[in-house]
Design a protein around this ligand. Structure first.
Ligand code: DMJ
Length: 673
């Protein structure tokens, strides 16, 4: 403090604290003397001149300042220590990142986020990425490396160590947390009885992962090689004449366009991955990266583009770990959402993915029941991966609504539903074939996908199978084959679509997941029937629809075929069910039946210049009348299921960890067994 005026005014008042440092004190009287002794003496003199009160106040001030100094030093020390520790931790984390990258990328379980896209999903960026190791599958000698994968740790031993550490860390984390939080929601790890469809759960590590990873890969066999050869032949035709287009027309060496989105290429991506076709996969990936554009003024069918494009992209993302496929899946998923903007929330059949508009078919405001109830696996998975609930909400709402609807017959549903009223229409006709088939399939599969907690789905599935048994099962003559017919206004028809042959596989999958054992018995009976739909036909290939004989007639087989139904579109359903049956029973006859079918596809549908074709007449081996079209599901489903059927490696798409969508695209089970 400086107060020259106070010094000049005489002795300071005792109650007024003032330290006067006049110029004379600063420079000394008579000249400048800055010696230490002089300064000490001068300070002491000054101190003596102060009153007792002034001295006490100064002493108190010094003491106070000293205490403050000590306190702030201690707390600064703590802060400094924690900063130092944190930076050490950070360094450690950075060192661990390569290991995480190696073990985690992709495959399965982890709902992986596209790393480049945190900006789009800010809430997700707060989430700790699940530490679930990625076990790459596919034939060992044809293993494909993930396109964007960290390859720093290369040996099996190193990988295993990384996996072990991650598993350990995860265990610690689990015991520390009694609840888990995902996208801001707090969820009990052990699910309660709350309606599960409203919840999105965090996926967990497959329990058998460690053991699985230690197993030596099973070598591929001759039959699998034959499937690879068939795939390559089909792919050659597509590549030469239809690259980037929807479907190959192998005879005219051209292509057909449905949505104009490279349907065959996308449908085939995960098949290439599973078959180990690295070069083909890389080439197709480039097309997806550079040429697949969804911003197009084009009408697409919601169901078809969901199961083939969205499903194909999601499964390829899971298998490869390549975020490109997730980005594309998000894009198409968002573009399909306008379909749900209807008065009833039952989606329209068609969406213009460029304009963002949706509409029903021109002649009706109805949608097909199978279509609106077989898009759930894909949209639910998209929600889980992106953290955006809107996809799951939209499709769950459809299922909840259908659950409550009247017009069912012992769990069997009509084929149409109105997008305005939300009610079933065309009541009284029940089939497990076209327009209803995958409704039943997705009841079971959603229940499995979600960890077997969504009871309404299970109830609807179980009731429907009872409905099938009660109303639709009959036995044919002379072989007494059990088949699934149709019911139209109380009248039974002995007609069965080839599409119904998904059912044995679905029943077997349900039984494998703990449902009634008699479902497995029924599956065994029905797959025999589906096989006979091939075996009793001249080309050894099934027609699109058969009619079973209910009465024995001399010279008649069980299976009758009407001229309008004798085409074969290279469909997968029987091979699909054979795959499930072989996986769950180990009975080699299922592989043999599949092998016969593959040979007959080669005999009657293979086009020498590349590709396979659907045919018009399965009853005429000398001229099956090629139709000049290779459906995308031949590569997406039929050949994939063939390859898996011939494999003895149950970990090649383990059915306790993956659930196949209705287009054969495997998606992770959220809570694997
Ligand atoms: C595929 O697109 C799907 O399997 C769908 O569920 C039914 N139709 C074809 C195959 O036949």
């Amino acid at each position: 403090m400086y107060s020259g005026a106070a010094a000049a005014a005489g002795p300071p008042r005792r109650d007024f604290i003032s330290v006067a440092l006049g110029p004379e004190e600063a420079i000394g009287v008579g000249g400048y003397n800055n010696s230490k002794a002089w300064r000490r003496r001068s300070c002491w003199r000054k101190w003596k001149q102060l009153s007792r009160l002034q001295r006490s106040v100064i002493l108190f001030l010094f003491a106070f300042l000293a205490v403050c100094g000590v306190i702030s030093y201690t707390s600064m020390g703590e802060t400094w220590k924690s900063i130092t520790n944190k930076s050490l931790d950070d360094q450690r984390t950075e060192q661990e990142i390569p290991r995480l990258k190696l073990a985690n990328p992709a495959v399965l379980p982890a709902p992986q986020k596209a790393d480049a896209n945190h900006g789009d999903y800010p809430e997700l960026s707060l989430q700790k990425p699940p530490k679930l190791p990625h076990v790459r599958r596919g034939p060992s000698n044809l293993q494909i490396k993930a396109p964007q994968r960290d390859t720093r740790l290369k040996t099996r031993h190193e990988t295993m160590r990384a996996v072990e550490e991650l598993v350990k860390e995860e265990k610690v984390e689990k015991t520390e947390k009694s609840i888990i939080s995902w996208r801001g929601a707090v969820i009990e790890p052990d699910q309660s009885t709350e309606p599960p469809s409203s919840k999105i759960t965090e996926p967990e590590k497959p329990s058998s992962l460690e053991a699985e990873d230690q197993k030596e890969p099973v070598p591929i066999n001759e039959r699998q090689l034959a499937v690879i050869e068939a795939f390559r032949h089909a792919w050659k035709g597509y590549k030469d004449f239809a690259w980037g287009h929807d479907e190959l027309k192998p005879l005219s060496k051209s292509y057909s366009e449905w949505f104009g989105l490279g349907l065959t290429l996308i449908d085939a991506l995960d098949t290439m991955w599973i078959l180990g076709l690295k070069e083909e996969f890389e080439e197709a990936r480039k097309w997806v990266a550079n040429d697949l554009v969804f911003d197009k003024n084009v009408d697409v069918n919601l169901f078809e583009s969901t199961i083939r494009i969205l499903g194909g992209l999601l499964s390829t993302y899971h298998l490869s770990g390549d975020s490109l496929f997730l980005e594309k899946a998000k894009d198409i998923g968002n573009r399909l959402m306008p379909a749900f903007k209807t008065p009833s929330k039952i989606p329209y059949s068609d969406v213009n993915i460029g304009r963002g508009t949706a509409h029903p078919p021109r002649w009706t405001s109805d949608s097909t029941v199978a279509e609106v109830t077989s898009i759930q696996l894909e949209f639910r998975e998209l929600s889980r991966l992106t953290g955006d609930e809107k996809f799951q909400k939209a499709v769950d709402e459809v299922m909840k609504h259908v659950h409550t609807l009247s017009g069912k017959n012992d769990g069997l549903v009509p084929m149409f539903i109105n997008t305005n009223s939300g009610q079933f229409t065309h009541l009284g006709v029940y089939t497990l074939g076209a327009r209803a088939d995958s409704y039943y399939e997705y009841l079971l599969k959603q229940w499995i996908q979600g960890g077997k907690k969504e009871n309404e789905l299970l109830e609807d599935y179980m009731r429907a199978i009872e409905g099938v048994k009660k109303h639709l099962l009959q036995r044919s003559e002379p072989k007494k084959l059990t088949f699934v017919g149709e019911l139209a206004h109380g009248h039974f028809s002995a007609k069965m679509d080839h599409l119904v042959c998904f059912l044995p596989g679905t029943l077997a999958l349900g039984a494998h997941n703990g449902l009634a054992a008699d479902h497995m018995k029924l599956a065994e009976t029905l797959i025999e029937t589906c096989y006979q739909m091939y075996a009793q036909v001249e080309t050894g290939l099934s027609p699109e629809i058969v009619h079973f004989n209910l009465h024995a007639q001399k010279g008649h087989k069980d299976v009758e075929i009407k001229p309008a139904d004798r085409h074969n579109l290279l469909r997968p359903e029987t091979v699909e069910s054979l795959f499930y049956m072989y996986r769950f029973t180990g009975d080699k006859k299922y592989q043999d039946w599949g092998w016969e079918i593959l040979q007959n596809f080669n005999r009657y549908t293979r086009v020498p210049t590349g590709g396979y074709t659907s045919i018009n007449n399965v009853q005429n081996p000398s001229n099956p009348e090629p139709r000049d079209k290779m459906e995308s599901f031949f590569l997406g489903e039929t050949l994939k299921y063939m390859f898996l059927l011939f494999s003895d490696d149950i970990d090649l798409i383990n059915l306790d960890k993956y659930i196949f969508n209705t287009e054969a695209h495997p998606l992770p089970i959220w809570v694997p067994a």
